[in-house]
Design a protein around this ligand. Structure first.
Ligand code: PHE
Length: 451
């Protein structure tokens, strides 16, 4: 056990950890999901609720997960088991969740790869929407790209996370910021874009007129906070387990959500104004990024170059997230099932690939297979970010608040008393009462018939 703990000591510096954890957080959730969910959720209202949840749920839950990970130096299942056997199930929720997310995440990662090749080969696209639909409805192409994306994720995880990911994130993050700012400026200055800017920044309550509408938006915003910050399913516990004692967890738990939120908001500015400028609907769903941005690039000088670079950056953002997802399950197999890293990641990635194929096909040949009105893809996304992640977060708060205890958590958070934990009282109230109450109320109002 001692040796293993030593071997796990992956991140050497605070910066390395912050970059890797930000790499996990910043991903398709920010660039692809946030703009379309904000679009569906009524724009500015959604954004406001989202920001509120980042503060009251995101930051404290991230801090709690980091503490659990660093304290135990184990994967989520092992971590909960070590602290209190009866609560191992919270870790199990996380591992199951990682399976579901990566299976469909990799499908979208595949779409990104496809778009990189489209731009690299300078394929002339006259109708971006038709091009996109043709592609996702094909029974073969999306599956192949999904397999390629998963294989790349697997290769990085086999190689070990720390160095590759740290280095990739160091170059990728600043570049991503620069590019997305340039694209946002172009998008905002397109003729007709102002409507989109307004939609994104000025709350309009007119279409949120029933309790069921409100609870839908609340659930979507809450789910998105968990998804975007990689919370409630053990990714941050896993990364925390690779941490050393010097890292200031409190600072990290602010910096990572701040960077993540910044990227999401910038992505909103890059995409939503363009949606209006080109006459799309903000409620268009998962295709938003892939249909509107090509149009923005077309309207820019050197658009093709921007297209290549942008989708390459999206790819980097996505792969640093997918790696953290695969790492959750891999670390469990290594710690608890004593498997070799390579064997574990190949087996798990293969299972995820197979599940993901169904998600990939649910835009084409399997589009009619529906569960409660949802396609396979929608169902997987619903179960993970609206159900399992908030549920995992709920139990995590209860666990830290009442079982492991605020004092034990604070000891870890304050590096055994060497860094002052100024907001311990607030942290305690949030963990014990506020966060569980918010999650529960949103669950109840969303899942119980209200009218
Ligand atoms: N946070 C990642 C994103 O925004 C997705 C993710 C979820 C990664 C859960 C790890 C764990 O794309």
């Amino acid at each position: 056990m001692k040796n293993e703990a030593k071997k796990r000591g992956g991140f050497t510096s605070s910066l390395g950890f912050i970059l890797a954890a930000t790499g996990s957080a910043v991903g398709l959730g920010n660039l692809w999901k946030f703009p379309y969910i904000a679009g569906e959720g009524g724009g500015a209202i959604f954004v406001l609720i989202y920001l509120f949840f980042v503060l009251v749920l995101g930051v404290p839950i991230m801090l709690g997960e980091m503490a659990i990970g660093r304290k135990t130096k184990l994967n989520p299942i092992g971590a909960y088991h070590k602290l209190n056997k009866k609560f191992t199930f919270i870790g199990v929720i996380g591992v199951v969740c990682a399976f579901i997310i990566l299976s469909y995440y990799s499908v979208i990662g595949g779409w990104v790869l496809k778009y990189i090749t489209t731009y690299v080969t300078n394929t002339h696209v006259t109708d971006a929407s038709a091009y996109f639909k043709n592609f996702i409805q094909s029974p073969v192409e999306p599956v192949i790209w999904h397999i390629v994306f998963m294989a790349l994720t697997c290769i990085i995880v086999i190689g070990g996370v720390a160095k590759g990911i740290e280095r990739a994130s160091k170059i990728m993050l600043p570049l991503l910021f620069i590019f997305i700012i340039i694209i946002a400026i172009r998008s905002v200055t397109l003729p007709g874009a102002m409507e989109g800017v307004k939609y994104f920044v000025i709350p309009n309550f007119s279409h949120i007129d029933s309790i069921s509408e409100i609870s839908k938006v609340l659930l979507a915003a809450m789910g998105q906070v968990f998804f975007s910050l990689s919370l409630g399913m053990g990714a941050i516990i896993t990364y925390g387990s690779y941490l050393n004692k010097e890292v200031n967890l409190q600072k990290s738990a602010f910096i990572i959500p701040t960077l993540d939120t910044l990227v999401a908001v910038l992505a909103g500015f890059a995409i939503l104004p363009a949606v209006f400028a080109f006459g799309f609907k903000p409620t268009a769903g998962p295709g938003l990024l892939f249909e509107t941005l090509p149009k923005v690039f077309e309207s820019m000088p050197f658009g093709v170059i921007f297209g290549v670079l942008f989708f390459v950056l999206v790819f980097f953002a996505a792969i640093t997230s997918s790696v953290s997802l695969l790492e959750v399950v891999t670390s469990y197999c290594i710690d608890n099932l004593k498997m070799k890293r390579a064997t574990a990641s190949i087996i798990i990635a293969s299972i995820m690939t197979i599940i993901g194929i169904f998600a990939a096909l649910s835009f084409g040949p399997l589009a009619d297979v529906k569960f409660f009105g949802n396609t396979i893809f929608d169902l997987m996304s619903f179960v993970s970010d609206k159900l399992l992640m908030p549920l995992g977060g709920f139990f995590m708060c209860i666990f830290v608040g009442y079982i492991w205890g605020i004092d034990n958590a604070s000891e870890e958070i304050s590096n055994d008393g060497s860094i002052r934990f100024r907001w311990k009282k607030l942290f305690s109230i949030i963990m014990k009462y506020i966060a569980p109450a918010i999650i529960l109320v949103i669950f109840i109002t969303s899942f119980l018939p209200t009218k």
